[in-house]
Design a protein around this ligand. Structure first.
Ligand code: ADP
Ligand code: ASP
Ligand code: MG
Length: 459
């Protein structure tokens, strides 16, 4: 697949080396990868001449810290101009300025603790409106043609789940027209419109999803995610200073990482990237360094058994003690939670001799009080002894596609935590990850010792 209808363009040559880069397209003219190779003469994959009309379509997304003030927006403009000046079509997706979405949320909550979800989306969407217009004003003042589009103008159609809307379609006619007119197009991230034309937002971190979904819809050659770290690391570099940048990571690993706490990419953006095979390059907006490429799993890939460690502190644990152990009880507990729209993550049930059982599950901290109230009601109706709640927990996970073919990862994880005296309260596994719930105060320690135990400290 990688070499199907290969078109990698020679872009410069000196006596010793050939540098080569460009999109690799399949027979459908869809990208199937992005080649960047450096080599000597015969080692190179293709040396076709650089065509006059060569043009890559690049989607660049800049996060909140990258557009935090006018100075940074100017840096973004300069980077955009570099890509545009090299002959590429450029679509820029922006977040709101750092802290702006939180500020808007606080404003609404000063009016009422439960603002209408529709109106909240209208309010939150203004954060991204500000940055795209400022970028275009900046680009025009530098002499470049640029047009900003809000989510609805870019025809990003979502369902009506205000605050967590899902993209159902991107028509993108207008973006294509503007690109044909050689305009730089700046699209407000994080937002769309539903079928009735209401403004919707995609949930926190949603600009990543806007960017990757647009890249998929436009069949872009690459989607560059510019952020405040220079790639995807073996763990959050702000938690462990031994974290190392990964040159590439599989879509599957990144999916697990995103869902288990690595907020560098929002999970739905990774789902889009995987589904539509979008080459995503996560990199820093403050340096020129190569970042991390998201790639499909490749059997020749040299891989670590565990490639990353993640943590999240946004879940809480609820236990129903001495629940009667008979059919239908679990359904009595989890059905009302589901009806209330509460997502349950981990569940464990222990058997006691006496025909009673303890049942523990986790929910998001934001749903904790509502879930506790439901659990207490259910406990009373089924005759459970008591309900215990604990908000002071963290979920620590180790992730790696190498786990598919290696045993002993769980044993290493449990032994490493035990050596530090860290008690494991809950465990869950999938094919490529193991998660343990521990006391919240051990989060950073657990991440650091696991990072070392799985050989991630040293290159
Ligand atoms: P942006 O505003 O650009 O979208 P985010 O704050 O959403 O940026 O995501 C970047 C942050 O993700 C980093 O500052 C870093 O602290 C955090 N992060 C968590 N886990 C990882 C990881 N494994 N690799 C890189 N960054 C990570
Ligand atoms: N501005 C939104 C947020 O803060 C979306 C984003 O930045 O991706 O969550
Ligand atoms: Mg983000």
């Amino acid at each position: 697949m990688f070499f199907k209808a290969l078109s990698a363009w020679l872009i410069s040559r000196n006596a010793e080396k050939i540098y080569c880069c460009g999109p690799i397209r399949d027979s459908d003219n869809r990208h199937s990868g992005f080649l960047q190779a450096t080599g000597r003469g015969p080692g190179i994959l293709s040396t076709q001449p650089f065509p006059e009309n060569f043009m890559a379509l690049i989607v660049q997304k800049y996060g909140g810290t990258s557009v935090a003030d006018l100075g940074r927006i100017r840096k973004v403009a300069e980077r955009v101009v570099t890509a545009y000046g090299a002959g590429n079509s450029v679509v820029v997706v922006l977040s709101a300025m750092a802290g702006e979405t939180d500020r808007l949320l606080r404003l609404a909550q000063q009016v009422t603790p439960e603002p209408s979800r529709r109106e909240l989306d209208v309010l939150l969407a203004t954060g991204e409106q500000t940055t795209v217009s400022l970028l275009c004003i900046m680009l025009e003042s530098m002499g470049y043609p640029a047009t900003s589009l809000l989510g609805y103008q870019a025809e990003i159609v979502t369902n009506t789940a205000f605050g967590r809307a899902r993209i159902v379609e991107i028509k993108a006619h207008r973006i294509k027209e503007l690109l044909n007119q050689k305009k730089i197009v700046a699209v407000a991230g994080f937002q769309g419109r539903d079928q009735e034309g209401n403004i919707t937002t995609l949930g926190r971190g949603g600009s990543d999803t806007s960017a990757v979904a647009l890249a998929a819809a436009l069949k872009a050659d690459v989607c560059e995610i510019y952020t405040d770290v220079d790639g995807v690391y073996t763990t959050d570099p702000r938690v462990c200073d031994r974290a190392r940048k990964l040159p590439k990571i599989t879509y599957d690993e990144m999916l697990e990482m995103a869902s288990l706490g690595a907020k560098v990419l929002e999970i739905r953006s990774v789902e889009f990237a995987k589904k539509f095979n979008v080459p995503v390059h996560v990199r820093s907006s403050f340096s020129e360094e190569e970042g991390t490429m998201l790639v499909a799993e490749d059997h020749d890939m040299e891989r670590l058994v565990v490639s990353s460690v993640t943590c999240r502190k946004d879940e809480a644990r609820i236990t129903l003690m001495k629940v009667p152990d008979r059919p239908g009880i679990a359904s009595k507990i989890f059905s009302p939670l589901a009806e209330a729209g509460i997502v349950v993550d981990m569940i464990i049930q222990n058997t006691r001799k006496s025909g009673l059982t303890d049942l523990t599950f986790t929910v998001m901290k934001a749903d904790y009080l509502a879930a506790m109230a439901i659990a207490r009601d259910v406990a009373e109706s089924i005759g459970a002894e008591e309900v215990l709640g604990d908000e002071g927990i963290a979920k620590i996970s180790v992730i790696g596609v190498g786990m598919r073919s290696h045993s002993g990862v769980a044993a290493t994880m449990f032994t490493t935590l035990a050596k530090e005296g860290i008690n494991i309260m809950m465990i869950s596994t999938s094919e490529i990850k193991i998660s343990c719930v521990v006391e919240e105060k051990y989060t950073e320690l657990a991440v650091r010792v696991l990072h070392q135990a799985f050989g991630l400290d040293t290159p």
